[in-house]
Write a protein that binds this ligand. Structure first.
Ligand code: SAM
Length: 283
């Protein structure tokens, strides 16, 4: 009988995956790391036994947290990624030739090092791109200290447990606001609302007190169990969110890369939220 990993993100609900080949298993200073092969999802990365990303479905998550804000912004040059140790987010952001610099602040160097070795298909050479500036640090500390300004800030963190917890606080979002350019956009990995609704409510409550325009958009990533994942959206520029399909299509047509999930219709539709998610918004 092959062995299985059981992801127990919730006390009463979990998911399991068959481990067809264990490629790496170890404990870094901050998190336990596993990379294994599963027949359906390819290579799977877990941190503290929580699925972070898989070879088969990472494109949905990485495309929606990069192309949507970058294309919505329309003139992004300087991008900041908090977390993102596997390099998949950096890869997608760097596909935009208009992007001049991507700063990636990852707290655990072990995630970067073994992702380079065991998950090269995610970073796709991003770690060698001269436009990438990789910093090993706590994203919350970096955000407090940075003097740079960013057109798009992407929080590609773990869930608000362990090292990721500080990335879901009012203080962090306040520091992020200060680090945004005038037209800048903050987007966040904000959990699966059907299972982690309070996380979205908390983040949006902070956004409401800090930003002129705030909301969430969604996409369904199969290995983030429980239905659509929410991505937090926050900006002081009210012109970005309400773009038409035609406006987004005109911008997307200027890009020279192919996507597998993101497109202009998906961009606009992602902001259409079901009632149960809308009800999580702070009144
Ligand atoms: N797609 C995943 C998800 O939705 O949960 C996130 C993947 S990515 C691997 C998450 C990264 O966030 C990990 O590499 C982890 O080390 C990093 N991380 C967690 N807390 C952090 C912090 N405070 N500062 C910077 N990086 C952090």
């Amino acid at each position: 009988m092959k062995n299985w990993i059981i992801e127990q993100l919730y006390p009463e609900y979990g998911q399991s995956m068959r481990v067809d080949e264990m490629l790496y298993e170890g404990t870094g200073d901050l998190q336990s790391l596993k990379v294994f092969h599963n027949e359906r999802f390819g290579r799977v990365l877990t941190l503290d036994n929580i699925v972070q990303t898989t070879q088969a479905d990472n494109f949905i998550y990485h495309e929606m947290l990069t192309h949507l804000p970058i294309i919505a912004h329309g003139n992004a040059k300087n991008v900041l990624i908090i977390g993102g140790g596997d390099g998949g987010m950096a890869y997608e952001a760097l596909r935009h030739q208009s992007i001049e610099k991507v700063t990636m602040v990852e707290i655990d160097s072990a995630v970067v090092e073994f992702s380079k070795q065991h998950l090269p298909m995610l970073s796709n050479g991003a770690f060698d791109d001269p436009r990438l500036n990789l910093i090993i640090n706590d994203g919350a500390l970096f955000m407090k200290e940075t003097k740079d300004k960013y057109d798009v800030i992407i929080v590609d963190s773990t869930d608000p447990i362990g090292p990721g917890e500080v990335l879901f606080t009012h203080e962090f979002y306040s520091d992020a606001k200060k680090a945004l350019t005038e037209e800048g956009i903050l987007v966040t990995q904000n959990g699966v609302p059907f299972m982690q609704g309070d996380e979205l409510t908390t983040s949006l409550t902070h956004f409401k007190s800090l930003f002129k325009d705030w909301s969430a958009y969604i996409a369904t990533i199969p290995t983030y169990a429980g239905g659509p994942m929410a991505f937090g959206w926050a900006t002081d520029s009210e012109k970005h969110r309400f773009k038409t399909v035609e406006e987004i299509a005109a911008r997307f047509s200027e890009e020279d890369f192919e996507t597998h999930y993101y497109n202009p219709e998906v961009h606009v539709a992602a902001f259409a939220l079901p009632q149960y998610i809308k009800k999580l918004f702070p009144v």
